[in-house]
Design a protein around this ligand. Structure first.
Ligand code: HEC
Ligand code: HEC
Length: 339
């Protein structure tokens, strides 16, 4: 009898703890899975994997290179002559805290992780969002936004045609991109959840109690959609934004992680920008003018695709580049031009 107690202590007792560790909500659990277990029905864009040609691999290739392999085994036609999805979107986490959209926190995080700082929101966690092309995007794309607002497939398609200025995606291509995006879904570890909150969530999942409250708690931990506010350049371009002094060191980050991502070596644009005196002088000369080369102009209004020239520059919303950051860029350009 004694022996069996000793044996139990040595061999089985630890297992009780191991079992206890396998809680239903851990850091590795996908956020969407927790929501599903709580009875939430807001995410409806599961992949139709049964369709021929659909694979994560194809989706990833389309996203990074613009083509993949068609169901007939051939190289598919390039989606866009001008861009790939990564021209404007990251595929990794880009905000230190997913419950707020803070361009300065994002810029510093991007510098730290060596990722670009772009006009489009990262696709990391895109499948966890419930609305797309939010805020002012209806001003730019009008009716088209209606279908895309609550439908990620329509959002992908809208972006392929309007943002990337390319052909419409085939059905299997949309599903493949969606399959790829599901590999970038949020897990609990991405969210700032305290130990006490883990307990609350676990209890709600295990006991089927207080589920609504648990859903509310979980969905405050990350944005359900990426906010977008269009803003104009400063009223007086010469004077710049009122009461703001530019910080050139921060402006350098904007230049390196954003402007150069597309303009260095004419990557996505014929307008070349790099660290030469020529670039800084040209930008400085036009920054505050009413000119097609004005960084104020192109940052806030973007440029428009035309029939002969479809490559265009997307504008930065207030959430993707703050007023302060644009002044920082201006002061950096001025500093470098003055050298
Ligand atoms: C030239 C820039 C550009 C290119 C290229 C581009 N996008 Fe976008 N995309 C944007 C912008 C700007 C938005 C506006 C909303 C946001 O992301 O903040 C957007 C929005 C989206 C959204 C909705 C995101 C949200 O949370 O609102 C999806 C999904 C998307 N794009 C997918 C793609 C895919 C897939 C491709 C490649 C086929 C692509 N995009 C290519 C700029 C671009
Ligand atoms: C997502 C890619 C992208 C980013 C990021 C980007 N641009 Fe552009 N930009 C373009 C494209 C594409 C054009 C279209 C003109 C072309 O291809 O000649 C353009 C046009 C411009 C023009 C007008 C050039 C002309 O010939 O009329 C200026 C000036 C400019 N960009 C400056 C900037 C600055 C400054 C930044 C950083 C704040 C920046 N761009 C960030 C893609 C980008």
């Amino acid at each position: 009898m004694k022996y069996s107690i000793i044996l139990f202590s040595i061999f089985l007792f630890p297992f009780l703890f191991i079992k206890g560790d396998k809680a239903s909500v851990t850091k590795e659990t996908p956020v969407a899975e927790v929501l599903k277990k709580l009875g939430d029905k807001s995410i409806t864009h599961q992949v139709n994997a049964g369709l021929k040609g659909v694979s994560v691999e194809n989706g990833k290739k389309l996203f990074f290179e613009g083509f993949s392999e068609s169901p007939k085994g051939k190289k598919s036609k390039k989606q866009s002559k001008h861009f790939v999805c990564t021209s404007c979107h990251n595929t990794v986490k880009e905000d230190p805290n997913l419950s707020i959209s803070d361009p300065q926190a994002r810029l510093e995080y991007a510098a730290d992780k060596d990722i670009p700082f772009l006009q489009g929101t990262t696709m990391y966690g895109a499948v966890n969002r419930t609305s797309f092309y939010n805020g002012d995007y209806y001003k730019k794309y009008g009716e088209l936004v209606n279908n895309a607002r609550n439908d990620i497939r329509e959002a992908i398609q809208l972006c392929a045609v309007e943002c990337a200025q390319g052909r419409k995606l085939k059905h299997w291509e949309v599903e493949s991109i969606l399959a790829y995006l599901w590999t970038l879904e949020l897990t609990m570890d991405d969210l700032a959840v305290s130990d006490a909150e883990y307990e609350t969530l676990t209890a709600a999942v295990d006991n089927n109690t207080n589920q609504e409250k648990a859903i509310d708690l979980l969905t405050t931990k990350y944005l359900q959609g990426s906010p977008a506010t269009f803003i104009a350049p400063p009223e007086n371009r010469k004077a710049g934004a009122a009461n703001i002094t530019g910080n050139p060191a921060n402006g350098k980050l904007v230049y390196d992680l954003s402007c150069k991502h597309c303009h260095e070596d004419e990557r996505y644009s014929f307008y070349k920008l790099d660290d030469t005196q020529l670039s800084f002088d040209h930008l400085d000369k036009h920054f505050s003018k009413y000119s097609r080369y004005s960084a104020y102009q192109v940052s806030r209004w973007g440029t428009s695709p035309t029939a002969g020239k479809k490559a265009y520059m997307p504008q930065y919303t207030k959430e993707r580049m703050s007023i302060q950051q644009l002044e920082d860029l201006k002061s950096y350009i001025k500093q470098e031009a003055g050298k």
